[in-house]
Design a protein around this ligand. Structure first.
Ligand SMILES: Cc1cc2nc3c(=O)[nH]c(=O)nc-3n(C[C@H](O)[C@H](O)[C@H](O)COP(=O)(O)OP(=O)(O)OC[C@H]3O[C@@H](n4cnc5c(N)ncnc54)[C@H](O)[C@@H]3O)c2cc1C
Length: 414
């Protein structure tokens, strides 16, 4: 296939999509536009090793510059697309120039949600999405004493763990009555709460933020809905992200809190694909209770969806099969999740939470649908195979430490 593929967004999804299109024979020009002025890099370390000063930017590149050159992928960094003219098949750039496309891919990711409370614009309030945010947060952490982290989701908890590791006092404010309530079963929420409290973090559950308090233009604390005040000279807001779907919406593509794509990563326009955090994927397999649209923000989802979309754009229709997995590192605990868990699943424990190595197997209608592991890499890897092969596993077998699941899986797939 010839012509020009324009990829808007230069991160996990954009990079993978461009390389996939090449690997599947796209022979025309490939141009990748990235608003950030740096080479595509890994985001997960920003709240973990990078924030703690244990990892440097060169180790975080997604691919070396030479790899882009070899694949003849033209990287245009520091360039923002502001509109798509589908009738003329052009992307409009911030400086007014226009770039014609034969095929277009939207991999614009997501942006952090902001709080709308009084004091939200004070100096000393941080969000975390890109390397610039992480640099600003690390610089502030170097002189701060007490951080208030608003939001007890993955990013909030990872930041809390990193700031604690750096020696700050840390308070986490979470509006729900348990941590990660939408993803974790109660046992895992409780274990995570105990982990943070053991490391000295003051976790406030069921606590809402009414205002951020300031003194001479700088943050000095947080006022809770309960009337309590928490002092702090650094505030980190981690209350979720919203898909960057405006370009698509303004161009008349179907969006619904994300650019709606099918299982090939194609939008409602057959010349335009989308992948990664900016998408909402049609749940044609009924992977989630209730079906509808699947919105996943993870490296694996961005990469796999982009792999399928790039191949499809290049003329090899490829399905993005949804078996999501995700990880989070907090202190020395490694969390690994696979599948589509839901709060109503039947949960079976394998291993001993006291030992810090255990897994929770989720069953729905007696079928294994997800596994959450802590410090149990083998369980996680086996769970990925069990779920991928659709291996039948009974709840009592999942909980029986005497059954070697790896051999069970191998035997079942023969
Ligand atoms: C601090 C942090 C920790 C994380 N930890 C984990 C983890 O442990 N495990 C995990 O699986 N996931 C983690 N994630 C999530 C993971 O990083 C994202 O799911 C992943 O980056 C999504 O990739 P993407 O390419 O879809 O979007 P993004 O990485 O968001 O990239 C989108 C890019 O497009 C650019 N862009 C947007 N609009 C335009 C435009 N109009 N023109 C040009 N460029 C544009 C943006 O500037 C950005 O560079 C973490 C994320 C963060 C922020």
């Amino acid at each position: 296939m010839t012509g020009r593929l324009v990829v808007v967004g230069a991160s996990y999804a954009g990079t993978q999509l461009a390389f996939s299109a090449r690997d599947h024979g796209f022979a025309g020009e490939v141009v990748m536009l990235g608003e950030e002025a740096r080479m595509p890099y890994q985001r997960p370390p920003l709240s973990k090793a990078y924030l703690q000063g244990k990892m440097a930017p060169p180790a975080m590149l997604l691919r070396a510059e030479a790899a882009f050159r070899r694949a003849a992928i033209e990287l245009r960094l520091g360039e923002r697309a502001v509109a798509i003219n589908r009738a003329a098949r052009e992307v409009v750039l911030a400086d007014g120039r226009r770039l014609a496309y034969t095929k277009l891919a939207l991999t614009t990711g997501a942006r952090v949600r902001r709080l709308s409370v009084s004091g939200q614009n004070l100096a000393g309030i941080h969000h975390l999405r890109d390397m610039g945010d992480a640099d600003a947060l690390a610089a502030a952490a170097a002189t701060a004493r007490r951080a208030v982290v608003i939001g007890g989701g993955f990013i909030g908890l990872e930041v809390a763990a990193s700031l604690r590791t750096l020696g700050l006092e840390v308070v986490v404010v979470e509006p729900l009555d348990r941590l990660l309530k939408r993803c974790f079963p109660p046992l895992l929420s409780d274990w995570t709460l105990a982990l943070h409290r053991r490391h000295g973090v003051d976790v406030r559950l069921g606590a809402t933020v009414a205002a951020i308090l300031g003194d001479a233009g700088r943050v000095c604390g947080v006022h809770l809905g309960s009337g309590d005040e928490i002092a702090g000279d650094l505030v980190v807001v981690g209350v979720g992200v919203d898909a960057n779907d405006e370009l698509a919406r303004d161009a008349g593509l179907r969006t619904d809190r994300g650019i709606v794509v099918d299982a090939h990563g194609m939008t409602s326009d057959p010349s335009i694909a989308a992948a990664g955090d900016c998408t909402a994927r049609l749940d044609l397999e009924g992977s989630q209770p209730g079906g509808g649209l699947i919105r996943i923000q993870s490296v694996q989802n961005a990469t796999e969806q982009a792999r399928a979309a790039g191949a499809t754009l290049a003329g090899t229709p490829t399905l993005h099969l949804v078996q999501p997995w995700f990880w989070s590192d907090q202190y020395d605990a490694k969390f690994q999740m696979v599948g589509h868990g839901s709060p109503d699943d039947e949960i079976v424990l394998r291993g001993d939470p006291e030992s810090g190595k255990f897994s929770l197997f989720h069953f729905r209608d007696r079928r294994l649908v997800a596994v959450d592991s802590v410090g149990a890499i083998r369980d996680h890897m086996t769970a990925r195979k069990l779920l991928a092969h659709g291996t039948e596993l009974a709840a009592h077998q999942a909980g029986d430490a005497g059954i070697d699941l790896e051999s069970f899986c191998r035997a079942a797939s023969r």
